[in-house]
Ligand binder design. Structure first.
Ligand code: FES
Length: 309
């Protein structure tokens, strides 16, 4: 955990969306487009928010927070209680959604999913890459940062659902072709749809960031064993417990934050066995390598996993 920061500015930027500027006494840590920050609220809740400010301004971070009525209280606290001058704990930044070099980028944002894509747009612009952005939301007033994006003219397609209906993903992306990277962030139905549309594109073209891991039922309903090589322990993980909780019970603490398979904090090296990946972070080829897992949500396909713990 880093030194706490203070809320320097809080701004309503759209219906249900505020931005916070967080600053300490000096430089904040460097970050790259796609990074998120762990915000540790005075209530003890920890939440992850994408950085959406100017990475070259090292004096503060900026995050965007959507009020989520059905959420677990983090966004409500930020909207209703957190004020300018208040102190918050921070962890990170950490990047599970890095922008890889490409001559052309296609960005697709749904709602608050615009936040990690804003710095990517700026980076693509700086690098002189070709890029376009398709940005959807429920209605125009709920869509943050439209002013910032206006300067980019017709490279940005703003498509509120009440004016245009569902996003025309196939029309925006065009024919499958090499030398393009597609970055998408938004609600699960949008990301599921773009995964379907991108199926014929070359492997690794699409990279998505999900707000929640949605892996369905675990593959096995029976206990499995984890062998912790550095601790010299064998721990049985019952169907009712996560690997994280089972090893903690045995006295081995793994750092965690979101406990939902989205932040990356609990990443653990796998030395043998086949993990069942249930996170929202790893790409398919990273999953196939079976050399690491996020123990807050991921489980095991094999009877035994050997972990570097
Ligand atoms: S604690 Fe966030 S991915 Fe495991």
């Amino acid at each position: 955990m880093n030194a706490p920061l203070r809320v320097r500015r809080k701004t309503v930027v759209a219906d249900g969306v505020v931005t916070l500027e967080l600053a300490g006494g000096g430089r904040v840590k460097d970050w790259t487009p796609g990074s998120h920050l762990d915000l540790v609220l005075p209530t003890g809740l920890t939440r992850q928010y994408s950085l959406c400010g100017d990475r070259w301004d090292s004096g503060h971070y900026r995050i965007g927070v959507l009020r989520e009525p059905g959420g677990r209280g983090g966004s409500a606290y930020v909207h209703d209680e957190l004020d300018v001058g208040d102190e918050v704990g921070v962890g990170g930044p950490r990047n599970n959604f890095p922008l890889v070099p490409s001559p052309e980028y296609l960005f697709v944002a749904g709602g608050i999913g615009i936040t990690p894509l804003l710095p990517m747009v700026h980076q693509a612009e700086l690098l002189g890459a070709r890029w376009r952005l398709l940005y959807g939301g429920r209605h125009r007033a709920s869509m943050a940062f439209l002013d910032d994006l206006e300067a980019h003219g017709d490279r940005v397609l703003v498509r509120p659902q009440d004016e245009h209906g569902l996003l025309d993903l196939a029309g925006f992306l065009g024919e499958p072709r090499p030398d393009v990277k597609i970055y998408a962030c938004g609600p699960a139905p949008l990301l599921d749809a773009i995964e379907r549309v991108c199926a014929p594109w070359p492997p690794y073209t699409l990279r998505t960031e999900r707000f929640v891991a949605d892996a369905g039922e675990p593959a096995r309903s029976t206990p499995f064993e984890v062998e912790l090589v550095r601790s010299g322990l064998r721990v049985t993980v019952p169907p009712s417990a996560s690997v994280l909780d089972a090893v903690a019970e045995a006295g081995v603490e793994v750092l965690s934050s979101c406990r939902q398979g989205t932040c990356g904090t609990c990443e653990t090296a796998v030395l043998a066995g086949r993990p069942e990946h249930r996170d929202a972070i790893l790409e398919d080829h990273e999953r196939a390598a079976a050399d690491r897992m996020f123990v807050c949500v991921s489980r095991s396909l094999s009877d035994r996993l050997v972990l570097d713990l």
